[in-house]
Write a protein that binds this ligand. Structure first.
Ligand code: ATP
Ligand code: MG
Length: 233
């Protein structure tokens, strides 16, 4: 579904991603791990069209991504729940969700809204509240729900568990599992490496912009170097 070959990116003149190669198959959950500043968010931003590709290529369902404008990307099937959630604080929960589906013209928005409320019942309870009144965990649910309203085939999640209490983290990972069951392919950036690898089919570890380790979730969990660097065990 997604194929990244020899990807290089820069911020100004500073190289960030260096010869990144990655593949994601339909229906997989893939974890992207790495220390602060490794380039994880940058990679998701490339996939959303927010960071230009300096060289290399990115194919999504066989088509090169660089030709697609960021605001059209959702129509192509990629949605991004960004780092820090970025919900619209002054809009209501439901308005935020409807914005996630703003490019759609089919008659199924109401059904999808109901599906998001099924995944996150608390959002339905709070649907008329402004998003800034939600807790951090609720805002994360809203960011994921908003991304789902675009009916993505590939969902990009940037640090969905960051700053959340353990119970909320468990809930977010459970939702990732149920999205996978619905056939959504997921690329999830996580600091919470053990939890991410436990649910991921495969993972990649970035170090200063390069892929240093990759493999099945199980293999990475068992890899001594990965364990020492990212799991602290
Ligand atoms: N807009 C920007 N302009 C210039 N440099 C940037 C910009 N955004 C990020 N960087 C730099 O690019 C590098 C990679 O950043 P990125 O945000 O992709 O890392 P990350 O792996 O997501 O880190 P974190 O875990 O802290 O979120 C860092 O060195 C960062 O300082
Ligand atoms: Mg980041």
């Amino acid at each position: 579904m997604l194929q990244i070959d020899h990807l290089h990116t820069f911020y100004g003149r500073v190289p960030i991603l260096k010869d990144v190669n990655m593949t994601i198959s339909q229906g997989e959950v893939v974890a992207l791990l790495g220390a602060n500043g490794a380039g994880k968010t940058t990679l998701l931003r490339v996939l959303s069209g927010l960071v230009p590709i300096a060289s290399g290529r990115v194919l999504f369902e066989g088509e090169p991504l660089d030709s697609v404008k960021p605001y059209l990307r959702i129509g192509q099937g990629i949605a991004h729940a960004p780092e820090g959630r970025q919900v619209f604080g002054t809009l209501t929960v439901e308005e935020n969700l409807r914005l996630g589906g703003y490019r759609r013209h089919d008659g199924e928005l109401a059904a999808d809204l109901a599906a998001v409320y099924g995944l996150f019942p608390v959002l339905e309870e709070m649907r008329r509240r402004t998003a800034r009144d939600l807790s951090g965990g609720q805002q994360q649910m809203l960011a994921i729900g908003r991304a789902m309203m675009g009916r993505p085939r590939l969902l990009l999640l940037d640090e969905p568990s960051l700053g959340l209490a353990p119970l909320m983290i468990a809930q977010i990972f459970a939702v990732i599992g149920s999205l996978r069951e619905r056939g959504v392919t997921i690329l999830v950036v996580e600091q919470n490496a053990a939890a991410a690898l436990a649910i991921a089919d495969r993972g990649y570890v970035l170090e200063t912009g390069r892929v240093m380790h990759s493999g099945s979730g199980k293999a990475l969990l068992g890899d001594q170097a990965v364990r020492a660097a990212y799991l602290g065990i």
